[in-house]
Design a protein around this ligand. Structure first.
Ligand code: ADP
Length: 403
């Protein structure tokens, strides 16, 4: 059975084609810099052949088309016909109260997903575009929505309820839904294997640091708190999102900068974060390049990032009455040794000590790496996330349940 997993993010579209008997990935690819210029990198993992080329991707529709062309390509493709694919699993960041488990795509499910645009304005439209793009090419292939927010459903009410008028929050379904749940679920389970303990006996802080970032406290395999909130705007500084700020700043900026209510969300989502502080870019690689050229605001953006990560690790150690491991994952977590080192620097009092050499030598991904120093009571891991595998498994389960 072949399952195609599509992960349409805010600036990227990742895909993997799985053969499910062996849970083997046959081909994978990444469409990146969507909305900027556009580039596809595709690998046929059967032959190891890979290509990379620039393709204009003003929206996710063009990225979807590029993915399909690559999978069918005579030289680099792995299938002859799209009908070889049994099902498509779509990663969905926010299901709200409407979609809380892996769900078959139907007209009704699409309507429910459209309701989620208000909760995840950056992510839901790309999901809908990814689904529409696949539907146009493969109208008879079943599709499944795999929801990130479902892993956070275990957060206790006192941690998921915002201290506002309870009638207002109940009426409008306002609560901490979290984000990146599939990634947090995967790395926490992998981490437990590396700790050589049943996941039920572990206390893990998982740091998913990408273009969008979230940090979770996972106790006994269940999320007890997470940095993302009602929308993927909460928590730490992100590429172009502000993260948590004093709520009073919002009406103040609206008044002083003359920003109307229908534009303030855009401002917080697209003009803040690393981009807003550095004035350079939402991409941390560009921020590093600017720091190297002596840009002080770029350095400030970096310092905010590592400080905010540190604060969440400390807070979640308190929330769980201890911590066995800290895990870094996603674009920044897997690749940026400076972020890993500086965010966990000077935390020996909590038993956290990173080995500078091991941290620098994290080159051999996708293997998980232990970067903790000898004698560090808390283990520190870099674990490449594998949301796609979790999505493929959930998609297969839904498909099997239809039989
Ligand atoms: P998303 O899926 O949320 O769009 P990613 O997980 O791909 O985002 O992460 C994007 C971020 O990861 C960017 O800030 C980028 O700078 C950073 N990143 C990706 N690759 C590298 C790398 N090799 N070194 C440093 N940072 C990287």
């Amino acid at each position: 059975m072949f399952i195609l997993v599509v992960n349409a993010g805010s600036s990227s579209l990742k895909y993997q084609l799985f053969e499910m008997t062996k849970e083997e990935v046959l081909a994978k690819g990444l469409c990146e810099r969507i909305g900027i210029d556009g580039k596809i990198t595709h690998t046929n993992l059967q032959t190891g052949e890979k290509f990379s080329k620039e393709v204009a991707m003003p929206t996710h529709n063009e990225a979807t088309r590029a993915m399909i062309d690559a999978l069918l390509d005579a030289q680099y493709g792995v299938i002859k016909d799209m009908s070889d694919i049994s099902a498509i699993g779509h990663r969905v960041v926010q299901g709200g109260p409407w979609i809380t488990k892996p769900t078959l795509v139907t007209d009704e499910a699409i309507e429910d997903l459209k309701k989620c645009v208000v909760l995840a304005p950056l992510h839901t439209p790309p999901h809908l575009q990814g689904i529409e793009g696949c539907k146009a090419v493969m109208p008879n292939t079943p599709m499944v929505l795999v929801i990130d927010t479902s892993f956070h459903a275990t957060i206790p009410e006192y941690a998921s309820t915002f201290p506002i008028d309870i009638n207002v929050s109940r009426k409008h379904h306002i609560k901490r839904y979290g984000a990146h749940g599939t990634s947090h679920r995967y790395v926490a389970q992998e981490c437990a294997k590396w700790l050589d303990k049943p996941v039920e006996e572990t206390k893990i802080v998982t740091c998913h640091l990408g273009n969008g970032s979230s940090i979770s406290a996972v106790k006994g395999g269940k999320v007890v708190d997470t940095s993302m909130g009602f929308t993927p705007l909460d928590g730490i500084i992100m590429g172009s999102r502000c993260g948590a700020i004093d709520p009073a700043v919002v009406p103040y900026v609206m008044e002083k900068e003359n920003i109307p209510v229908d534009k303030i969300g855009d401002w917080m989502n697209k003009k803040c974060g690393l981009l807003g502080v550095s004035g350079v870019s939402s991409d941390l690689r560009d921020v590093h390049a600017a720091i190297a050229e002596g840009n002080k605001d770029a350095k400030l953006a970096f310092d905010i990032l590592v400080y905010e990560i540190k604060k969440f690790v400390g807070a979640y150690a308190a929330a769980m009455n201890g911590v066995d491991a800290v895990v870094f994952t996603a674009g920044i977590g897997e690749n940026d040794h400076e972020v890993r080192f500086h965010s966990l620097k000077d935390m020996e009092y909590l038993g956290i000590k990173v080995d500078a050499e091991k941290n620098l030598s994290v080159r051999s991904l996708p293997a998980p790496c232990d970067i903790s120093a000898d004698g560090s009571a808390v283990r520190v891991f870099v674990i490449p996330t594998n949301e796609e595998l979790v999505i493929a498994r959930d998609t297969k389960e839904v498909l099997d349940s239809l039989k």
